[in-house]
Design a protein around this ligand. Structure first.
Ligand code: DSN
Length: 417
């Protein structure tokens, strides 16, 4: 985008955005929850749809002038339904955390129990971490992996906990787990104890839409929440999909229960992204994301990297950098920042260290795959990454790698720039 008006009106902001464009272009983006949206998504986000208030839903709004907002919201819903084979979709949640919270408010009374994945085993803050407000309202209990070497979830213990705790919701989903979930098994445990099944698919929604990973609705799940900006490659935002029978409680919970006016520019951009994800090219993209992640995992392990669960079946991986190369997650993140490889420090299962300086890093392939990287490129990335972590004090080497990373990255176009 050329930011014609911004350059004229506010050079200070324009300058910062320009610097961010350069950073995105010259670096290798490996944070597994990030991606690059298309120019079309950016245009919809920056459109006049941002000017409109539209509290309510299609055909039932509290303000006039809704013919175009109704049309765009209807289109986003129809495309999302098709993409995920969903009976009902609410595209108004502002992001993933508000989507999850709206589901809790819709289905739970204070004190009710939710059984979700332990954060340190890959779960998410909004699945009831004690620092969140939700943890004060509801009783969150945990399940985790049986074996961190394989990543298999301990379904037997999960069932025992469910029988004992009688959760109202059994919650699947994660932000740092590199394996597939057995939805059918979770659904059968939920049926046994009368729980509602909910999947937070934020990380893998694009891989489900791209038909590379299982769709939880195929195994009878009741509710699927997601963000729209990760593997799904849309604008920052959230979405709730559910079986028809939950339509009314979910919609009322999002608005007026929790949020105010929906962000219609964002909903327009969601519609564009869902349209892109319905095209055959998106299946090829999702498949390449997984092939690239598998290759990167293999190359890191070949260079001494200890990967949690011994590899990956999706787009992300967790590396125990402390055991592998004797650097902490924070040191690894900061060192790699200096050469233009962006990723994030992350706790690993049973981590003896703290969240602000954990033993691991988390990285993934959605963003670099959008730019066109293939398996051979993963070998180069693994090589740079391991060289830096094995030589944390060699600034001459870091300068050389920084320049190689810049040369490599600038060969790949960034959509929308
Ligand atoms: N911040 C997102 C992630 O990086 O996984 C999840 O909240």
């Amino acid at each position: 985008m050329n930011y014609q008006y911004l350059n004229e009106a506010d050079s200070e902001v324009a300058g910062i955005i320009e610097a961010e464009q350069v950073r995105q272009k010259e670096g290798i983006e490996m944070i597994p929850s990030e991606n690059y949206v298309s120019g079309a998504v950016l245009e919809a986000l920056g459109s006049v749809m941002t000017n409109k208030y539209s509290e309510g839903y299609v055909g039932k709004r509290y303000y006039g002038g809704q013919e175009n907002t109704d049309a765009i919201e209807q289109l986003a819903i129809a495309r999302a339904k098709k993409l995920f084979n969903a009976e009902h979709v609410n595209v108004q949640p502002l992001s993933g955390a508000p989507a999850n919270i709206a589901v809790y408010f819709a289905l739970l009374s204070p004190g009710d129990t939710v059984l979700g994945m332990d954060l340190s085993h890959g779960g998410h803050l909004t699945h009831g971490h004690p620092v969140t407000h939700m943890a004060k309202l509801y009783n969150f209990v945990r399940y985790g992996m049986k074996d961190v070497e394989t990543g298999e979830i301990d379904y037997d213990e999960l069932r025992e906990t469910a029988l004992h705790e009688k959760p109202k919701i059994i919650l699947a989903g994660f932000s740092a787990y590199p394996r597939e979930i057995d939805y059918a098994k979770l659904k059968s445990i939920a049926d046994e104890v009368g729980a509602i099944t909910m999947m937070d698919a934020a990380h893998i929604a694009g891989l489900i839409a791209g038909k590379q990973l299982r769709n939880p609705f195929d195994d009878g799940f009741d509710i699927v929440t997601t963000t729209t900006h990760k593997t799904l490659r849309g604008p920052r935002g959230g979405m709730i999909m559910c079986k028809e029978e939950f339509t009314s409680v979910i919609d009322k919970s999002v608005f007026p229960g929790f949020q105010g006016g929906p962000h219609m520019n964002n909903i327009a951009a969601k519609a564009v992204a869902f349209g892109e994800a319905l095209k055959p090219e998106f299946i090829e993209y999702s498949s390449q994301v997984i092939r690239n992640a598998a290759k990167l995992a293999e190359e890191l392990m070949a260079r001494g990297g200890k990967l949690i669960t011994g590899g990956t079946s999706n787009h992300l991986m967790l590396v125990d950098v402390m055991s592998s190369w004797n650097v902490t997650g924070k040191q690894a993140q900061e060192l790699l920042d200096t050469v233009g490889i962006t990723l994030n420090m992350n706790m690993i299962a049973n981590d003896p260290r703290s969240p602000m300086d954990p033993s691991g890093i988390r990285l993934g392939t959605p963003a670099i795959t959008t730019r066109g990287a293939k398996e051979d490129d993963m070998t180069k990335i693994a090589d740079w990454l391991v060289q830096v972590l094995q030589n944390p004090d060699d600034t001459t080497l870091h300068e050389k790698i920084k320049s190689e990373v810049r040369d490599f990255s600038t060969q790949f176009p960034v959509p929308g720039i």
